[in-house]
Design a protein around this ligand. Structure first.
Ligand code: APR
Length: 236
């Protein structure tokens, strides 16, 4: 696909882009939630009921993410950012850091970051790659309140939706990669984009739930399709 020198690209990624690095998707077979029901580990209620279980789960995810490497699709997006500069915006639902490790800088983690934690009271996220798998669980050095994963759980509002919508509004192309299109608000970005005439493209091995709303569906895995998807975009 060709991008002109005035095109602005908004990329939305989901768990599928990290699948070929070896991280399980959520809803696929062998998906993360198969071993742990969502409500057990990724809701404020789960946190209230059993913070140790929640921390064990996110510690396991930290271990899994630390053990894998970015793949060709992560690298392709990092390269695209270098070429497009501020005409490129990457919004990911993923909490892993594989995009950053591939070299992406213009990236927003709308569902939080696996390698950040925050005090439930002070609310200030900080870098944290520790494993919390037994009591006592970490507490804030300032106020003594519990430290939780900096993850957006079900029922919580994704981070910085205002800048996401502002970027979506400016985009001329929305490229969505590896997400089932079943979790809102991200699943609704394609509807917003269409209202302003933005071209919408999906890349993944199977059709997402919101497939009918895309202009183009490219069936294939992220590493098969993304590296050669764009013709050398103009950097001006
Ligand atoms: N390349 C591209 N896409 C792939 C690949 C691959 N190699 N392998 C699988 N996929 C696709 C699947 O076809 C599926 O559509 O990735 C998608 C993964 O879907 P989900 O598991 O539902 O993950 P995602 O859409 O990112 O989930 C959204 O749900 O549980 C919450 O907060 C969590 O951010 C997550 C959100």
């Amino acid at each position: 696909m060709k991008l002109s020198s005035t095109d602005r690209l908004f990329v939305l990624t989901g768990a599928g882009i990290s699948a070929e690095s070896g991280l399980a998707t959520f809803r696929g077979s062998g998906g993360l939630w198969n071993g742990h029901r969502v409500e057990e580990v990724a809701t404020p209620e789960a946190w209230d009921a059993d913070p140790l279980l929640v921390w064990r789960f996110y510690s396991m995810r930290r271990r899994d993410a630390l053990a894998v490497q970015p793949n060709a699709a992560h690298h392709a997006l990092a390269q695209l950012e270098q070429q497009l500069g501020d005409r490129f915006y990457l919004c990911t639902q993923n909490v892993d850091d594989l995009h950053e490790r591939a070299g992406s800088h213009r990236i927003h983690h709308m569902h939080g970051s696996l390698f950040q934690s925050r005090c439930v009271r002070c609310n200030q996220p900080f870098a944290d790659s520790a494993f919390y798998e037994s009591a006592p669980l970490p507490t804030c050095t300032t106020c003594g309140s519990p430290i939780r994963p900096h993850i957006v759980w079900f029922g919580e509002i994704p981070l910085d939706m205002e800048s996401i919508y502002a970027q979506l509004d400016r985009a001329t192309t929305l490229l969505v990669v590896g997400t089932s299109g079943s979790v809102y608000p991200a699943a609704g970005f394609v509807h917003i984009a269409r209202q302003t005439g933005t071209r919408t493209i999906y890349i993944g091995p199977e059709e997402p739930s919101n497939a009918a709303s895309f202009d183009d569906i490219i069936l294939g895995t992220a590493t098969q399709v993304l590296p050669d998807f764009f013709d050398h975009p103009s950097s001006k």
